[in-house]
Design a protein around this ligand. Structure first.
Ligand code: URA
Length: 214
């Protein structure tokens, strides 16, 4: 997949990714098609974000002979979904890497201060042995992403990546300032944030569009 990388930001600019994202942005996209497209897009993003995943060699028997072949160790990988909108990306990623473990962080945005407030945190055991991929469709103010990485770093995982669908210069700057070691994977970098912390032109509230709650 073609991939534009600047610093620690990976822009996933494959035509299939961009096409599906455009369909999702349209205000007339139904809840059903929004969810389906997010699922398909997440599978494509999983392909890119797992590109450097560690592999191991195993002995297998083909119908003709024995050979040494490569497999990934999905059990070492943890997808961490930021509730609730991360669920949409998580589902697609698990389709592609079914052996991965899953963690959840519940964070909501205080509507006045836009700061992240934690209400849930549940991770697999032995996080120090694992590579973490955090998923959340929108990297907007960066507050939730920073809070999630802060918490995860307390558990000392081997690595942390952050995957979103959409971001903006403000979100990238905030996350990179707080955590310059965490690479960001995104399908688009939009123009700006508005006064309510929404990305412009964006796609609206990802959770509401995914679950049909507005
Ligand atoms: N969260 C959303 O769902 N949409 C935005 O534009 C910003 C944050």
């Amino acid at each position: 997949m073609s991939n534009g990388t600047t610093g620690n930001v990976h822009l996933l600019d494959h035509p299939l990714v961009q096409h599906k994202l455009t369909l999702m942005r349209k205000k007339e996209a139904s809840t059903n098609s929004f969810r389906r497209l997010l699922n398909e897009l997440s599978m494509l993003m999983a392909y890119e974000v797992t590109r450097d995943m560690a592999m191991q060699e195993v002995q297998i028997e083909t119908p003709l002979e024995t050979m040494t072949a490569k497999v990934i160790d999905g059990k070492k990988l943890v997808f961490v979904s930021i509730l609730r909108a991360g669920t949409g990306i998580l589902d697609g990623m698990l389709t592609v890497v079914p052996g991965a473990r899953v963690g959840h962080i519940g964070l909501y945005r205080d509507p006045k201060t836009l700061t992240a407030v934690e209400y849930y945190f549940k991770m697999p055991q032995n996080m120090q042995d694992r590579d973490v991929i955090i998923v959340d469709p929108m990297l907007a103010t960066g507050n939730s992403a920073i809070a999630a990485v802060d918490r995860l770093k307390e558990l000392g995982p081997k690595s942390i990546k952050f995957v979103c669908l959409l971001t903006c210069p403000e979100g990238i700057a905030a996350l990179q300032k707080a955590h310059p070691d965490v690479p960001i994977y995104t399908a688009a970098i939009d123009r700006q944030l508005n006064d309510h912390g929404y990305i412009l032109p964006g796609l609206g509230d990802a959770g509401d569009r995914m679950f049909g709650t507005r």
